[in-house]
Design a protein around this ligand. Structure first.
Ligand SMILES: [Zn+2]
Length: 375
């Protein structure tokens, strides 16, 4: 191309001026309004010199092939377009440089940060996507960008373990947006479960489930209950419901009773055979939920236990059953009949869900995690 310089006019100059303006190097002329002008005036020359200096080009104030290419590449910032490897016409731009720099920072070999999306960039990107549980398609789209942005510059040196831990957080977001959670109030319909005076276990766990539903939904999760007041689905129906909903987490709610009036406290159950095979996420959530409840209510901690119950076995996601106290115990019963305490239990479950999806280093001490106002 013919180099542009002082004295040049025409659409090509307008193009250059528009690029300089979008980079913030050329002020908008108030009198001219939206029109960029076709004159290569002294302001244009100054802006070109500035651009060349910043980019490490030879500074001559003229727009030749190299400067022109640099100007058009500079117009792309990460997120403007999908990036992928095109062997015919390699994609070039500042967005590519930015992607390469981030991958290199995270310890992935993406080749030189030269702003050209080549084979090495693709290989590095795929490796990152694989480690993250993203689709390893070598295309940098919204999901990959979100993961890269969330990581920011916190993680350096390529520590895959840390990356994977943080990936949970990246995927779920701080407020559970996109998470699907099934809450399963036990019993229902003709099956009332245990009773405490006029009140039934079935009614109490349904009330508790609704409170949990409200809090989780306010935090951005999509929540489903397995039953209404008058239904009593089988274990098979409850688990099929959760599987069909493609839930990320299944929380079943019960209350206990016992012939001995001394029996009291909170227990949690997760899938496990007790001899090695168990759901690690289930176990962690069972532990978090029970500890949050105990810390907030002062009820007795009866521990977490592996079980192979159908409800835990047939669900294809981490599944936990919480037994939230004994209706046969005088103190537990008084607590469970109190709507405020059921609200506290619901907050404990919400805190546990939040903690399940938070990175380990951001995990607050039990009983202290409070959602920010306005979510
Ligand atoms: Zn029950």
């Amino acid at each position: 191309m013919e180099p542009l310089g002082p004295g040049s006019t025409g659409p090509a100059v307008a193009d250059v001026r528009a690029a300089l303006r979008s980079l913030g190097l050329l002020a908008v002329d108030a009198a001219a309004g939206e029109s960029v002008g076709e004159e290569y005036d002294p302001a244009t020359e100054l802006a070109v010199r500035h651009f060349q200096q910043v980019r490490g080009l030879s500074v001559d104030g003229r727009v030749g092939e190299e400067t022109y290419r640099a100007l058009s590449e500079a117009r792309w910032s990460l997120g403007d377009r999908l990036l992928h490897h095109d062997p015919e016409r390699p994609m070039r731009g500042d967005d590519v440089t930015n992607l390469q720099e981030r991958l290199l920072e995270l310890g992935y070999d993406a080749g030189r940060a030269d702003g050209i999306f080549g084979r090495e960039t693709e290989t590095g990107l795929r490796a990152f996507q694989r480690d993250y549980g993203l689709t390893a398609d070598g295309t940098c789209g919204p999901g990959t960008l979100r993961a890269l942005r969330q990581l920011g510059r916190k993680v350096t040196g390529g520590r895959p373990q840390l990356l994977r831990q943080s990936a949970n957080f990246v995927d779920s977001g701080p407020h559970l947006i996109g998470r699907r959670i099934v809450v399963d109030p036990g019993h229902g319909g003709a099956d009332t479960g245990f009773t405490a005076g006029e009140t039934t276990e079935a009614d109490l766990v349904l009330d508790l489930a609704s409170r949990i539903e409200g809090r989780l939904a306010a935090a951005g999760a999509t929540v489903y209950l397995t039953r209404g007041r008058d239904q009593n689905p089988t274990a098979e129906q409850r688990t099929a419901f959760a599987n069909d909903a493609r839930a990320d987490l299944f929380i079943s709610l019960h209350m206990d009773a016992h012939g001995s009036e001394h029996a009291r406290g909170v227990a949690s159950y997760y899938y496990g055979t007790g001899s090695g095979t168990s759901s690690t996420v289930g176990e962690r959530f069972a532990d978090l939920a029970r500890r949050e409840m105990v810390a907030r209510t002062g009820m007795l901690d009866l521990g977490g236990h592996p079980k192979t119950w159908d409800l835990l076995r047939w669900t294809r996601m981490p599944a936990v059953r919480l037994d939230c106290g004994y209706l046969s115990h005088p103190v537990d019963r008084l607590l469970l009949l109190d709507a405020r305490l059921r609200g506290t239990v619901a907050s404990a479950v919400l805190a546990a869900v939040q903690r399940l999806f938070l990175p380990a280093e951001a995990d607050p001490p039990t009983g202290t995690f409070v959602l920010p106002q306005g979510v």
